[in-house]
Design a binder for this molecule. Structure first.
Ligand SMILES: [Cu+2]
Length: 312
């Protein structure tokens, strides 16, 4: 399956997504609407986070829990190159594969006023790195006219990426200010990025010249790198590119730029074992001296590129 014509880029998929989504439905009853609050405030929530080199992608809303008043709004700001959504309810298309996931993730569903009684509300894909000719956004505004506690999730990272919005009475005192949430977000981002670099280092410690990991991911961060990026092997050696450190099931490819074998460009296709039954490893036996560059079709613009130098 090639996603290149559809979405030249990243997403991770949670296996238990459908069950999770069902579990999140109906977390709060709707109450009477109030549309006039003279003190209405617009709050900011960051969607995703990343390291400056884009290698580490975090899977959190910041804050992950916010208290607002009836009539307030939240502006969701894309904060990373990785794709995310702000979603609520049950996706209309049961998710059995990538096409189903995109069918649910792409369309913005629902109006500017959040309706917790609607079966499905979705922001569309939020990212700071727009995909050419593909519908994405950098922000999403929702007004909250109904009181209650509402748990939103990211369709791509639902199991680990949720946001609870507590909608209080109009003009109720706020427990926290935006400045508090911003400071909290900065501190949490630093921790998330540090965690990601730790995951990268731990994965690198498991790699060898003939065993390269294709990214890594856990419940908090994704490492958008080949590990090791710069590999050196001897002529005739076989390198196995391995997706098994990718515990969030982020799809990747190992696509060589100039290396040909059997008259064909060397390309793994999409490595995505668990979700669509694809392969999780790809092996290449290097029978030509030289420096062979390769990249991930989905994440090369995040810096996910590598090389294998073949020496005698
Ligand atoms: Cu990739």
């Amino acid at each position: 399956m090639s996603l290149r014509p559809v979405l030249k880029r990243p997403y991770a998929v949670v296996l238990a997504l459908v069950a999770l989504v069902v579990g999140l439905v109906g977390t709060a009853p709707a109450q009477a609407s109030v549309t006039t609050n003279p003190n209405a405030t617009t709050w900011r929530v960051l969607v995703g986070e990343q390291s400056p080199d884009l290698a580490i992608q975090g899977m959190r809303f910041l804050p992950g829990e916010i208290w607002i008043d009836q009539g307030d709004s939240i502006k969701f700001l894309a904060n990373a190159a990785e794709v995310h959504t702000v979603s609520f309810g049950t996706p209309p298309t049961p998710i059995r594969g990538i096409g189903d996931l995109l069918a649910d993730a792409v369309p913005r569903v629902g109006g500017p006023v959040f309706d917790p009684t609607a079966p499905w509300t979705n922001s569309g894909i939020l990212t700071t790195m727009p995909v050419p000719d593909f519908p994405t956004s950098t922000s999403y505004l929702q007004k909250f006219a109904a009181r209650g506690d509402f748990t939103f999730f990211c369709l791509f990272h639902g199991e680990v990426m949720t946001l609870t919005v507590h909608v209080q009475a109009p003009n109720a005192a706020y427990p926290h200010t935006q400045a508090f949430y911003d400071a909290q977000a900065a501190a949490e981002t630093a921790g998330i990025v540090a965690h990601g670099y730790g995951l990268w280092a731990a994965t690198a410690a498991q790699a060898t010249p003939t065993h390269v990991f294709v990214g890594a991911a856990d419940g908090l961060t994704e490492v958008m790198r080949f590990i090791w990026q710069d590999d050196v092997v001897h002529l005739g050696q076989t390198v196995t590119f391995d997706l098994s450190a990718d515990h969030m099931v982020v799809p990747h490819t190992v696509t060589f730029t100039t290396l040909m074998q059997h008259g064909m460009p060397v390309d793994s296709g999409t490595l995505l074992e668990a979700f669509v039954g694809g392969p999780s490893t790809f092996s290449v036996t290097f029978d030509q001296l030289g420096i062979w560059n390769y990249f991930c079709e989905f994440h090369d613009d995040m810096g996910m590129v590598g090389s294998v130098t073949v020496v005698p």
